[in-house]
Design a protein around this ligand. Sequence first.
Ligand code: 5GP
Length: 118
Amino acid sequence: TDPAASEPTIFQKILDGDVPADIVYEDEQCIAFHDVNPQAPTHILVIPRKPIPTVDDISPDDEALVGHLFRVASKVAEREGLDNGYRTVINCGDDGQQTVYHLHVHVLGGRSLQWPPG
Ligand code: 5GP
């Protein structure tokens, strides 16, 4: 997949400032914002600035970046007061129900979550 060759994703538009988002964290490598259709009392997405489409597109050069996304997920969860725990999710591809092809870590919390997911 060549992200530059196709229509920018909605998350690219958020990164570019072309679509508004409720951003709760940002640094040189990533941003985090509230999901527009929350599946839990707290539902935040952490995305890299780099347009990596899916988990399958993570290269060796991206390993530190992906680790950083999880450290930011933890920081965001702490800031949101998710002291009793939370869930991180990355959906990949059609069967994984991925809908936006720009890598993102879901951070879900604020209630007791069910396991396994459907
Ligand atoms: P996926 O199914 O790809 O793992 O998750 C994509 C997520 O992006 C969904 O939870 C969806 O609600 C969220 N989303 C889609 N469009 C927008 C948008 O324009 N703004 C925000 N904040 N979230 C979005």
